[in-house]
Design a protein around this ligand. Sequence first.
Ligand code: ASP
Length: 325
Amino acid sequence: MTILKTLAAAALIGSSALAGTTAAQAQDYPTRQITMIVPFAAGGPTDVVARLVGEQMSKTLGQPIIIENVVGAGGTTGATRASRATNDGYTIIMGHMGTHAASLALYPKLAYDPRTDFEPIALINGAPIVILGKKDLPPKDLKEFVDYVKKNESSVNQAHAGVGAVSYITCGLLNGVIGINPVGVPFQGTGPAMNALVGGQVDYMCDQITNVVGQVKAGTIKAYAVATPERNASLPDVPTTTEAGLPGYQTTAWNALFAPKGTPPAILTKLNAAAAKALDDEKVIARMKDLGNDIPKADQRTPAVLGNLVKEEVDKWKKFLKPVG
Ligand code: ASP
């Protein structure tokens, strides 16, 4: 046998062995712990939802799911890491409206394309945005808030979780509606940003309701309005933006699970089934409701629905946002 033929035969054996291993791996999956990347700080809204759903998924899959908080650049550091991870189902990410849609409009050199570098697993929740102020912020309601931030544009500051975070893009929309451009104060997640709001180091913020309910009920911060057409049952005293005089401001964030591109379909099917089952778990439903979240209905939990949502949201945010830097 010539060297070339030998090499070709070896390559053939090698590739069929590899293909066989991959299929077997997909069938046995998972045989060890899975890492779920959360691209923001621990304790924030994406982290809370990831831990809640991850715990139930791990029961179904029979292996631990470890949360790894990979922070930075408005969530794009963690998403970049996830896009480059081995596509064997052992690394997945809880991404969101920022990392997997809006960021593409904000970062001209984003290292990944959420539409082509990931496999959608399942939409996990909808989280209405709430407009918040520190406890001592003078305005009593949203109308006063709008006047106040306009008058004090040069001195007020607004917390967010980095360029591309939900808090960044949704408060960017709010500032646009009001017509102001305040100083932004970046954090590695709205967990730490919330601590600063409670501590009075920052003046206002727009955050996913998940992170807000406990503090509003405890009276440690002010909630001016929830940016949805209906009030939220978890915060029944907080008016909608329409009721409070800013009907043009409506926004709800979403979190969703993704795997790196090329993750085998059999593994994606198992991950999707585990995620969908977690959303039917009584404990998960109760906690999600307490925290004001919407759970997608069964027919909204498919990878195809999430794939389409990402495409639509990329297009939507491109209309609203201009590249930064
Ligand atoms: N979702 C982020 C977090 O969990 C914050 C954000 O996107 O604003 O902290």
